[in-house]
Design a binder for this molecule. Structure first.
Ligand code: NAD
Ligand code: DAU
Length: 361
């Protein structure tokens, strides 16, 4: 199959027998969390899944519509910072998988407060609940951004120091350090995943891939930060979700695991060009805008530790982007209401075109 880059990995069906039987998935109505929930519930004899989600601007029950009637699924609307609620729900499960977070770097620069609250205090609230109920597992979904800017040709390995440089990545680093401290101090069987920049269906259109795709479909500008040369390690969402399941089933307590696509490091201009090609739009849609303050120039992961557990990505960037752009083309019903609402106000606050910067072509 085109774009398939590695075939020898544990399938989710193989992993299911090793997963805890009752999962509390915090933040399961967001982009990656909902992919993980759908993946689990598609399996024969899946674990029972309770989703706890506040339904912020980024949470959306439409992401879980496919599983809404599944007998092993239930949804609870609530805040992970609510200690009493976290405690009650933790008492009904064996394990917490924590996706819940404020997740967008640009919003963290405009307004860090919610990031400290949810990502730092909220993680503490879940850890305390898991500790009290002696959970058999706690998985914290973290990010490659905790390593900070990584110079060429270095690849980050799990033992590297954490050098976060944005309010978002600092809040995520704080969260995962608490998790690892709960392992060292209380013996809570915590595992951490550090995923790279993820894209695919159901991603809120503030992140580069869905933003550029929906802008291009509407013949609107694609706002490239700075010179468009910042590099990311783009990972398709189903590969990321399967990586999380792999670490949940097989990871060693007290360890972190990088989950990166590997091999292909893609800059902002390449994302823009790929979207324009797949949507058949002209290069004149590219618009240079002011750079992100403190913009990390490069993230790049060495994911061999996760590979040793039997994980590897299935799709390369071109294959993942084809699926993604086709999905956004089909699912205007999902993204049009989002872009006309709260998002429009964020866009006005965040983007400042650079006067005189010419679009290529
Ligand atoms: P997202 O913004 O799409 O989803 C976050 C979800 O958390 C939403 O459903 C939101 O309603 C919920 N939430 C927020 N605050 C909450 C609170 N206080 N209580 C309960 N629920 C709350 O994010 P995503 O892109 O799916 O990311 C999921 C996780 O993966 C995050 O922890 C993020 O840091 C991490 N991550 C994301 C990427 C990426 O590229 N998107 C890569 C690596 C790691
Ligand atoms: O690397 C993992 C991280 O990836 C996750 O932890 C975060 O939750 C997720 O938001 C993502 O962070 P990034 O900042 O890398 O993603 P974003 O899509 O915002 O930006 C990707 C690159 O594209 C970055 O170099 C900035 C650039 N960019 C982004 C936007 C939104 C642009 O040039 N223009 C844009 O409009």
């Amino acid at each position: 199959m085109m774009g398939e880059i590695r075939a020898e990995h544990a399938s989710i069906a193989e992993l299911v027998p090793s997963l805890p039987r009752r999962l509390l998935v915090a933040g399961g109505a967001g982009f990656i969390g909902s992919a993980f929930v759908r993946l689990c519930l598609e399996q024969a004899d899946p674990p029972a899944v309770t989703v706890l989600d506040k339904l912020t601007y980024a949470g959306n029950l439409a992401n879980l519509a496919e599983v809404a009637e599944h007998p092993r699924y239930r949804f609870v609307r609530g805040d992970i910072c609510d200690r009493a609620l976290a405690d009650r729900l933790a008492g009904e499960v064996d394990c917490i998988v924590n996706f819940a977070a404020e997740s967008h770097v640009d919003r963290s620069i405009l307004d860090p407060d919610a990031f400290i609250q949810t990502d730092v205090y909220g993680t503490y609230s879940l850890l305390e609940a898991a500790r009290k109920h002696q959970h058999q597992r706690f998985l914290q979904v973290s990010t490659d951004e905790v390593y900070g800017d990584v110079e060429e040709p270095q690849l980050s390995v799990e033992g590297d120091p954490l050098r976060p440089r944005s309010p978002y990545s600092a809040s995520k680093a704080g969260a995962e350090m608490q998790c690892l401290a709960y392992h060292a101090t209380y013996g809570l069987p915590v595992v951490v995943t550090r995923g790279s920049n993820t894209y695919g269906p159901y991603q809120y259109p503030e992140k580069i891939v869905p933003l550029f795709t929906t802008q291009a479909l509407d013949r609107l500008p694609l706002p490239v930060y700075g010179d468009g040369g910042a590099v990311r390690d783009y990972l398709y969402v189903d590969d990321h979700a399967r990586g999380i399941a792999t670490v949940l089933a097989r990871g060693e307590a007290g360890q972190a695991y990088n989950l990166g696509q590997g091999g292909q490091l893609i800059d902002g201009m390449k994302v823009a060009e790929t979207v324009l090609r797949l949507t058949d739009r002209p290069a004149s849609l590219i618009q240079y805008v002011s750079d992100r303050p403190g913009h990390d120039r490069r993230y790049a992961l060495d994911s061999r530790r996760a590979a040793e557990l039997g994980w590897g990505p299935e799709l390369d960037f071109d294959a993942g982007m084809e699926l993604t752009v086709a999905w956004y083309r089909r699912r205007r019903d999902w993204w049009e209401p989002i872009k006309s609402g709260e998002f429009a106000e964020f866009y006005r606050r965040n983007y400042h075109p650079v006067a005189g910067a010419a679009a290529p072509g």
